[in-house]
Write a protein of this length. Structure first.
Length: 90
């Protein structure tokens, strides 16, 4: 009779140990997954912020297009004033 009780309580103890180990590993996996999701959300927010910053502070494109310095009719004063006004607007 005592052999049966020893086996019974050994099985109970083994079941408890396996249950606690399984519970611990599942909680650990859920915690890691939660941390990974939070990290991915932060990366997404950083990428959105970078895109918004690039959109707001992008270098100004010249409105006249390309300036041909070889052109004999080029108005240097207008080119310089355009450059100054573009610097003031930023």
């Amino acid at each position: 009779m005592s052999t049966i009780n020893v086996l019974r309580y050994s099985a109970l103890g083994l079941g408890l140990v396996v249950g606690f180990k399984t519970d611990w590993s599942l909680r650990s996996a859920a915690k890691r997954k939660k941390q990974e999701l939070e990290y991915q959300e932060q990366v997404k927010l950083i990428e959105e912020a970078r895109a918004e910053y690039a959109k707001l502070y992008s270098p100004m494109i010249a409105k006249q297009g390309n300036v041909d310095f070889e052109d004999p009719n080029l108005d240097y004063a207008a080119v310089i004033m355009n450059a100054v006004t573009s610097l003031k607007s930023t």
